[in-house]
Design a protein around this ligand. Structure first.
Ligand code: G1P
Length: 300
């Protein structure tokens, strides 16, 4: 078992996926750049890492992902135009993403799965615990999760994953956990994990959502992890081994998240996320709610 450790400072964001569910929108644009209202989805994720105190962000990218690097970099030409117009609000919004965090990039040459993407971060992360945030899951900033996970990791060592209770009919879409309660509220000890179990065979309806705080021992385990579900090297499989073999950098705990999470990885859920978040905005919300109300009523 690892000893309780230093506060984490690094976040890893896998962003090499092809985004096939959103084709043709993602033919030449990374799916992470799709707007959620008026900010790319990936910016919410980087903001979440920064809010939890993680200012060092490594993105694991692939081909066709240059827009990600450009988004978190300065755009002097655009800034110049906005400054000349005196448009200080937009200038501030353009600067926001480049001032957010210290960004680093590494390429995942082959699309061998999430576990392989995390392994690509080994050189940058080194020998300290770190966070992994998956871009398809947005966690509402009003319900901070990552900072809680980091605190738990510092107290108990090992790794911490985020879980959510889901409809049992959806378990085949997620990593699912067998877990036992601990003395802390909403905190469980993981006994087993299965990546996308066959319908009817999930160990529970506790699903892994895309937030992890990992012991660096995960890298050695990932190196030895064979391709699993979908022929890919699965992070869930590496965590399963860490949870069941105490010599591999365990324990693994889970926090059962009961806050607001938005899924932007699926078209219908993405549209719901955009509508929900736009409805809550002061500038857009009131008008959009009225319109939605009338639109739905007219369809009856
Ligand atoms: C990944 C993980 C899975 C997890 C899910 C959460 O799957 O492999 O364990 O439940 O993210 O969003 P993906 O949805 O990328 O296929």
């Amino acid at each position: 078992m690892s000893v309780p450790s230093r506060p984490i400072t690094k976040a890893v964001i896998p962003a090499a996926g092809l985004g096939t569910r959103f084709l043709p929108a993602t033919k030449a644009t990374p799916k992470e750049m799709l707007p959620v209202v008026d900010k790319p989805a990936i910016q919410y994720v980087v903001e979440e890492a920064v809010s939890a105190g993680l200012h060092d962000v490594l993105m694991v990218t692939g081909r066709n992902k240059r827009a990600l690097e450009d988004h978190f970099d300065r755009n002097h030409e655009l800034e110049q135009v906005l400054r000349a117009k005196g448009d200080h609000d937009r200038l501030a919004r353009v600067r926001e993403s480049s001032d957010l965090a210290t960004m680093h990039y590494v390429r995942q040459g082959d699309p061998l799965g999430l576990g392989h993407a995390v392994l690509c971060a080994a050189g940058h992360v080194g020998d300290e615990p770190f966070a992994v945030l998956l871009g398809d899951d947005l966690v509402d900033p009003r319900d901070p999760l990552l900072a809680r996970m980091a605190r738990l990791q510092a107290e108990r060592g090992g790794s911490v994953i985020a879980l959510m209770e889901i409809d049992p009919a959806q378990t085949h879409l997620y990593g699912c956990a067998a877990a036992v309660p601990t003395t802390d509220d909403d905190t469980v000890r993981i006994l087993d994990l299965v990546e996308k179990p066959e319908p009817g065979s999930a160990p529970s309806n506790l699903a892994v959502i895309g937030r992890y705080v990992l012991d660096p021992a995960v890298f050695e385990v990932l190196k030895k992890t064979e391709p699993g579900r979908g022929g890919e090297i699965q992070l869930t499989d590496a965590l399963q081994r860490m949870a069941t073999d105490p010599s591999l950098g365990g324990p693994v705990h889970g926090i059962v998240f009961r806050g607001r999470r938005y899924d932007t990885g699926d078209r219908a859920a993405y549209l719901q996320a955009v509508i929900r978040l736009a409805c809550e905005r002061e500038d857009l919300g009131p008008g959009l709610r009225r319109w939605l109300h009338d639109f739905v009523a007219a369809d009856r």
